[in-house]
Ligand binder design. Structure first.
Ligand code: ADP
Ligand code: MG
Length: 630
């Protein structure tokens, strides 16, 4: 058999990322070891799990561990595991390419960033995993063999665009990554990574909690011969009492489970004793992942059973709207080969999930009261996801409303909590007013807002697509109903104003019924408005009508909808409207009046950002009118 060394190219994103690592200005270079050890630990989790699942798998699980080997003369550092290993295809796809979502976006931002502190920050946000080896090594060799397979693979690269790959005879099960270290340069934060003291320090700092032994040969002072020592305590953080665990330890554990490089925004724990015992250690990240709204997104909670890793992305433990919560749940009384299907039906798991959800929501509520700035970050990053819960999680709807905040006319910058809105409500105000739309300016400038503004009512400005949905599903907050200012009747009038309105109604009866007939193709009804002060007219939906934005969304999704006719409301004090009324009183048969009615309708449509069905006709009518004024 001829041995074949193949030279392959990195995918272009991978190449760019490697360049970045080789010339890294990232000052915390020690983190490369955290990444390698974290990958090794994942690989051990996987092999144990697969051998449970697949009794046929010929894997050796007798002494699963991580070994760190240093060679001061050769200046190499090796991180070895006897875990799941990789096939040749795995190596090409997992190491030769970057499948991480948001890579392109990250690289684009990085290119735009000139300032080095900002690019450090970006690297920290993105996390670079295995490639971080190239911060400290000018060549990396990886030898691996997939458990159950007898073909080993040797991969090597200097990070410059290509790598070589060839079969490796006699490779043991698992993966060994050998770094050919760059010269020591303390000024550049490149330390001596062949020093066992340094390795011990880094492992203690970043990987102490890993439940697999990390072994290293250390010189014993007496005999001179090296002896192998386990250098991590192997204590699962969630099993230690909270007072024993430092914030740094929690942060490092978070980075291991989440593959994030930043510290979490919030850390919290939960435990239950008795018949169904479990511990949970959960985190809220400080930044939303780039794929939070993508279809392939995963949930972030891992399931352990009696300290043994069972699965990532355990959807049975966290509802979709809380998919950003990361962490671990360790249950004592489940079977080790429990499957996703079984979990979905398991009553105990459902109970755990209910408690976890309540805990997440109460943690945010506490954060809201204790640390406004932290809460603001939370809401900016995850609010859009949380609002999905208003549709999906009926049981916790009130608790979700409690921790939600919304942009409002009260303050141009800061969103408001509903509680604060309710506290500011005017005497006699019965509803929480809101308007949905594409953007804040389009809502603020809409005619519907006029009277509310004039009378000093606060309106929630809802511009997320999800807002269109939950406002219909949720009835109210603390007994106050949500009310769209663009739908149904908005009753803002005082008793006096009501009297005037009744009289106006009588005056306008004829005009209104004539216009309702004239515009019958386009609108359901023409009526007088109490929401306008300066505009002549506006269009409103019936209380249960689908909003125009929602209508657009449904149509974009390919759904067939019947034409939705809405209501045209007229401002009874606007000169154009009063003028039309008297003209109609004098010469009802004048064909020009119908055109004016049509123009009024067109203007109202444009004012809400809608589209005219026949723009050229509208322009012709308008041009004719304008000519007459010259
Ligand atoms: P991440 O760990 O966030 O997925 P990495 O860049 O650290 O990203 O690793 C990329 C992938 O390479 C891992 O997801 C894993 O599939 C594979 N890998 C890396 N190191 C090992 C290892 N020691 N054993 C098995 N697979 C590994
Ligand atoms: Mg990794």
């Amino acid at each position: 058999m001829t041995t074949s060394i193949e030279t392959l190219e990195f995918q272009s994103e991978a190449r760019q990322l490697l360049q970045l690592m080789i010339h890294s200005i990232y000052s915390n270079k020690d983190t490369f070891l955290r990444e390698l050890v974290s990958n090794a630990s994942d690989a051990l989790d996987k092999v144990r799990l697969e051998s449970y699942r697949d009794k046929e798998l010929d894997a050796d699980t007798a002494d699963l561990h991580i070994a760190i080997e240093v060679d001061a003369e050769q200046r190499t550092l090796t991180v070895r595991d006897n875990g799941i290993g990789m096939t040749r295809e795995d190596v090409v796809s997992l190491i030769g390419t970057i499948a991480k979502s948001g890579t392109a976006e990250f690289l684009r931002k990085l290119k735009e960033t000139q300032d080095s502190a900002a690019s450090q920050d970006l690297i920290g946000q993105f996390g670079v995993g295995f490639y971080s080896s190239f911060m400290v090594a000018d060549k990396v060799t990886l030898v691996t063999r997939r458990a159950g397979s007898d073909e080993g693979v040797r991969w090597e690269s200097a990070g410059e665009g290509t790598y070589t790959i060839e079969p490796a005879a006699d490779a043991p099960q698992g993966t060994a990554v050998t770094l050919h270290l760059k010269a020591e340069d303390a000024e550049d934060h490149l330390f001596d990574y062949t020093s066992t003291a340094k390795i011990r320090e880094i492992v203690k700092k970043y990987s102490d909690f890993l439940t697999w032994p990390i072994r290293m040969a250390v010189e014993s002072p007496e005999e001179g011969a090296p002896e192998v020592e386990t250098i991590n305590s192997m204590k699962a953080l969630w099993a230690r009492s909270s007072s024993d665990v430092t914030e740094d330890e929690y942060n490092e554990f978070y980075k291991h489970v989440s593959h994030d490089w930043q510290n979490p925004l919030e850390t919290f724990r939960l435990q239950a004793e008795g018949t169904f015992e479990y511990q949970a250690l959960l985190f809220i990240p400080s930044q939303a992942p780039m794929d939070l709204f993508m279809r392939e997104r995963k949930r972030g909670v891992q399931l352990y059973v009696k300290r043994v890793f069972i699965m990532d992305d355990c959807e049975a433990l966290m509802p979709e709207y809380l998919r950003f919560v990361k962490g671990v749940v360790d249950a004592q009384d489940l079977s080790l080969n429990v499957s996703r299907e079984i979990l979905q039906q398991d009553r105990q798991i459902q109970l755990i999930r209910r408690r976890l959800v309540k805990k997440v929501l109460s943690t945010v509520k506490t954060m809201m009261a204790a640390d406004a700035e932290k809460y603001a970050t939370f809401w900016k990053e995850f609010g859009r996801a949380v609002k999905e819960g208003l549709l999906d999680d009926f049981e916790n709807r009130d608790a979700i409303l409690d921790i939600s905040s919304f942009p409002s006319t009260h303050d141009a910058e800061e969103p408001t909590a509903l509680k604060q809105y309710v506290e500011r409500m005017k005497e006699g105000q019965e509803h929480i007013y809101y308007m949905t739309g594409d953007s804040r300016p389009s809502i603020e400038n809409s005619p519907h807002m006029e009277a509310l503004r004039a009378k000093g009512f606060e309106v929630l400005v809802l511009t997320d697509p999800i807002d269109e949905m939950w406002v219909d599903a949720v009835s109210g907050f603390e007994g106050k109903q949500f009310k769209s200012i663009a739908k149904g009747q908005v009753d803002l009038d005082t008793e006096d104003e009501k009297k005037t309105a009744e009289e106006q109604q009588k005056d306008f009866t004829e005009l209104l019924s004539w216009m309702t007939t004239t515009l019958g193709e386009s609108v359901k009804e023409v009526r007088l408005s109490s929401r306008l002060t300066t505009s002549p007219a506006c269009i409103v939906g019936d209380t249960h009508d689908v909003t125009p934005t929602l209508e657009k969304m449904y149509r974009a999704m390919g759904q067939e909808l019947p034409q939705i006719k809405r209501i045209l409301e007229l401002n009874p004090t606007h000169p154009l409207v009063t003028g039309l009324k008297s003209a109609h009183g004098e010469r009802a048969e004048d064909a020009g009046l119908a055109e004016t009615a049509e123009l009024l309708y067109g203007m109202a449509l444009l004012a809400e950002g809608g589209e005219l069905t026949d723009p050229s006709r509208f322009i012709k009518l308008l041009a004719t009118r304008l000519e007459k004024t010259l």
